[in-house]
Structure formats: structure tokens, C-alpha cells
Design a binder for this molecule. Structure first.
Ligand code: NAD
Length: 454
């Protein structure tokens, strides 16, 4: 009997499914099938590859509601978010399909001949995904990698394999070749590691914790395997005294409570200029208390449960009852519930102010002036995202340049669009996904010189 992954509904703790876990031998066999499929796929006419990816997008579009409901059950996402996530998969496939015929090399002037660059697919790409956004994160890599002519092996997180498995079925229904896109649900240390060390896998795209990302990068070094890393974050939300405080306070709750705070871009360090600190807290506190936490399948719910008991225990360990702050409401009874929480009066270097908690918890820290705000914003090994609230255009630009993070927003908390680049500075990651160059991350550049003298 193979080892089984147990998929629980985080809102009820009911068993949703058990899924056989892939072994290292399963990964070996999948790599052989993928390599065979990739040869034909790379040789196909670009227009045919693009057409099949568009068809895949259309089939996903026909199944948005089904995929969203599955995500609600396996990950506890609110139904509104889950529908957006399934739609995001469709959009990523459409966007990548548009790139297939535009994946051009260059012609570079040289004496005595012609010099051209050719963008070639890498071969078989391995994607290791986390549980917090199972569908979008899988598709961030899958769509451009397939569009660039690669085969794709996706290992979803242990707790959330179901939407990934369904997407692989939909790919076949759309007519993608057998073996080209395979899903290998399994343990990180088994199926994930087998992908990392397999000589037939040309690149690993890993999204997850910084700790595991570092270990994967070290292992990839052994084969000089290509790697893209999307890791953790502890992002600042900087509110200057000259900001529209009502707007800033109204936008703050969902900037760290969306997906129950299990978001690598969550703005969990709220930095507020001291002169407006009290006014800002007066505006923020009722907004936190009003957040609707509950059944994620209810359309009115703003925040669902955490993914698992282990995650709940981790979040609890950072928030002893003795810490001052504002706490919202959460259901009692079964399910992995934690209330929206804003901690005040904590030291800059307290664990809750430094570590990525990955739950609905933020800290508020006061700052004196612009220099102090930038110092605090950058006082972290992470550098994924951040927000700045100010009405001063010069300050917005100065601060945007000074904050060392990959994805900033001014007077907004938006970070992720499939057509703009995304990725981290410092220990938040390596490389970029999404955006106009998404496909080139899945290619090698070959330079060819053709002599005209022979
Ligand atoms: P995790 O690192 O525990 O696991 C992520 C994936 O890696 C899972 O599929 C897991 O099975 C696999 N894995 C674990 N050990 C492995 C090993 N030794 N070899 C190969 N694979 C292994 O992370 P998580 O708890 O699932 O996800 C939460 C983390 O992901 C947070 O730190 C969050 O910030 C980060 N994240 C980052 C981004 C981003 O884009 N930067 C996006 C989402 C989540």
C-alpha cells in the first residue's frame, strides 16, 4: 500500500480525499515520459503550441466554478478568492500562449558573417509549489514553461494536491500531449527531492519557505541546475503623516488578512509615522474588528481558516494573549481558526516583528521621519513587497527607490499581475516570474555565428 496524503477541509477538519504519494521511482518514470513528450512539443509549429495552450485556457474557463469549489474544500480559501485563482490560471495560459510566436532571438551585427541568438527550451522543468496559492503559483511556471517548449512536472504541496491533479486532467482534455504536463503529489523530502536531484530535470522553480529554498538551491548547485526561487516575506506597509489616512486605514486589514495572512506578500509590518499613529490606530481598530471570518464558501466571508493544525499552532506560538493589540473575531469549534490580529507596543526585533508568521497577524511600529521609515522597512533579510502611503509624489518616488523589495505599490496594496514581473530581493527569492519576460526564464540562449567568407 503506497503512502497516502491526507487532504483535510481546513474549515471543518473533514477528510476531503486521500491521494497516493508519488515515490522517487514515480518521479523517474515521469521524467522519462516527460522527456519523450517534450521532444515532439518543442518540434511542433509555434502556432500549434499556442492553439493548444489557448484550448487549455478555454477548458479551464469552462471549469472555473468546479476548480474554485475544490480550492475552497482543500485550502479553505474564500469562494471569491478561489474563483479569482481559477480565472488566473486561465489568464496565465492565454497570456503565455500569446508569447509562443513572439519568442524571438536577436540578430547582432558582426564582421564576416551573420550572428543570431536562438532561444531554446530547457527540456523538462520541475515545479515545487506551496499550499497557500496552489493554482496560481503552479500556473505561474507551468504556463510560460509549456509555451517556451518545455515539459512540466509539478509537485504540489502535501496538503493541497487536488486542484493540481484536476488541472492535469483538463490539460489532457484540451488535447495537450500525454506526459507533457504531469502532477506528482507527494512529500517534499521524497518526490520534491527526487525532482531536485534528477539529472533529467533541467530547472527547478520552487515557491515556498526560505529555509527549504536555500537547501534546494544548494542541491541544484551540484548539477548547476537552473533555479528560480520565490520565498518568504515580511513586507512593510509604510503610512506617512501626509497620506490619506482614511484610505490607508481602510485598505490595511485585507493587505495582511487576505488568504488568512498566508500570503508571501502580506503587509505584516505596518509602519506609521509617530505624529499620526494614534489617529491611524483609531481608524484601523474598528476595521479589524469588522472583518467577517467564517465559512469560506459563504459569499460574504472575507477571511477563512488557516491551512492546518500545524500552521495554527505556529501562528499561536507568536501571539501570546499577553501581547497588547487589536483582535477580531473567529469561529469556535472544528477548523483551524485564528482571529485577525494587530499587535502594538512590540519591540522592532521581537520575533512577531521579524519572522514570517504566515497567519492573520501584523505588528504596528511607529517611525519618526522618512529616513527612519526606510531604515525600518529595510531592517529584514526579506525583500518581497511593500506599500507606501503618501500624497507627496517626490517622497513616493524616493521611498520606492530606497525600499529594497521586488514589488512595491504606492497608495495601494496591489503586487501581482500576470503581465508584470514578480519576485524577491535579498532572501525573498532569485529570478523573476510573470511579466513580459516570463517565457525567457524557461529558455537557454544559444549564439550562432554563420560565416559569409567560406
Ligand atoms: P515549504 O517550503 O514548507 O514547502 C513548499 C514546497 O516545498 C512543498 O511542496 C513541499 O512539499 C516542498 N518541499 C519541502 N521540503 C522539500 C525538500 N527537502 N525538497 C524538495 N521539496 C521540498 O513552504 P510552505 O509552508 O508550503 O509555503 C509557505 C512558504 O511559501 C512561505 O514562506 C511563503 O512566504 C512562501 N511563498 C512564497 C511566494 C513567493 O512568490 N515569493 C509565494 C507563496 C508562498
Amino acid at each position: 500500500m503506497p503512502h497516502q496524503l491526507l487532504v483535510l477541509n481546513p474549515a471543518t477538519e473533514d477528510v476531503v480525499a486521500t491521494v497516493p504519494a508519488a515515490t522517487a521511482e514515480d518521479v523517474d518514470a515521469a521524467v522519462v515520459r516527460a522527456a519523450a513528450a517534450q521532444r515532439g512539443w518543442a518540434a511542433a509549429a509555434p502556432a500549434d503550441r499556442a492553439r493548444l495552450l489557448r484550448r487549455f485556457a478555454a477548458v479551464v474557463d469552462d471549469h472555473i466554478e468546479e476548480l474554485a469549489r475544490l480550492e475552497v474544500r482543500e485550502a479553505g480559501h474564500t469562494i471569491g478568492n478561489a474563483r479569482w485563482e481559477a480565472g488566473n490560471v486561465r489568464d496565465l495560459l492565454d497570456f503565455a500562449a500569446g508569447g509562443v510566436e513572439r519568442l524571438s532571438g536577436r540578430q547582432i551585427p558582426v564582421p564576416g558573417g551573420l550572428d543570431v541568438t536562438i532561444l531554446e527550451p530547457l527540456g523538462v522543468v520541475g515545479v515545487i509549489a506551496p499550499w497557500n496559492f496552489p493554482m496560481p503559483i503552479a500556473a505561474w511556471a507551468t504556463a510560460p514553461a509549456l509555451a517556451a517548449g518545455n515539459a512540466l512536472l509539478l509537485k504540489p504541496a502535501e496538503t493541497t494536491p487536488l486542484t493540481a491533479l484536476r488541472l492535469a486532467e483538463l490539460a489532457l482534455e484540451a488535447g495537450l500531449p500525454e506526459g507533457l504536463f504531469q502532477v506528482l503529489p507527494g512529500e517534499g523530502a521524497v518526490a520534491g527531492d527526487a525532482l531536485v536531484v534528477h539529472p533529467g530535470v533541467a530547472k527547478i522553480v520552487f515557491t515556498g519557505s526560505t529555509k527549504v529554498g536555500k537547501a534546494i538551491m544548494a542541491k541544484c548547485a551540484d548539477q548547476v541546475k537552473r533555479v528560480t526561487l520565490e520565498l518568504g516575506g515580511k513586507s512593510p506597509n509604510i503610512v506617512f503623516a501626509d497620506a490619506d489616512l482614511e484610505a490607508a486605514a481602510a485598505a490595511t486589514p485585507m493587505s495582511f488578512l487576505d488568504n488568512s495572512g498566508q500570503d508571501c506578500c502580506a503587509r505584516t509590518r505596518i509602519l506609521v509615522q509617530r505624529s499620526v499613529y494614534d489617529r491611524f490606530m483609531d481608524l484601523l481598530a474598528p476595521a479589524i474588528e469588522e472583518i467577517v471570518v467564517g465559512d469560506p464558501s459563504d459569499e460574504r466571508t472575507q477571511m477563512g481558516p488557516l491551512i492546518s493544525r500545524a500552521q495554527l499552532e505556529r501562528v499561536r506560538s507568536y501571539v501570546p494573549d499577553s501581547l497588547p493589540g487589536v483582535r477580531g473575531k473567529a469561529p469556535e469549534g472544528p477548523g483551524f481558526w485564528f482571529p485577525p490580529t494587530v499587535l502594538t507596543g512590540v519591540a522592532e526585533d521581537a520575533p512577531c516583528a521579524v519572522d514570517e508568521i504566515f497567519g492573520p497577524v501584523a505588528v504596528v511600529l511607529p517611525f519618526e521621519d522618512e529616513d527612519d521609515a526606510i531604515r525600518l522597512a529595510n531592517a529584514t533579510p526579506y525583500g518581497l513587497s511593500g506599500s507606501l502611503w503618501t500624497r507627496d509624489v517626490g517622497r513616493a518616488l524616493r521611498a520606492s527607490r530606497a525600499v529594497r523589495a521586488g514589488n512595491l505599490s504606492v497608495n495601494s496594496h496591489s503586487s501581482v499581475r500576470y503581465w508584470t514581473p514578480f519576485g524577491g530581493y535579498k532572501q525573498s527569492g532569485l529570478g523573476r516570474e510573470l511579466g513580459p519576460d516570463a517565457l525567457t526564464a524557461f529558455t537557454e540562449t544559444k549564439n550562432v555565428f554563420i560565416s559569409t567568407e567560406a
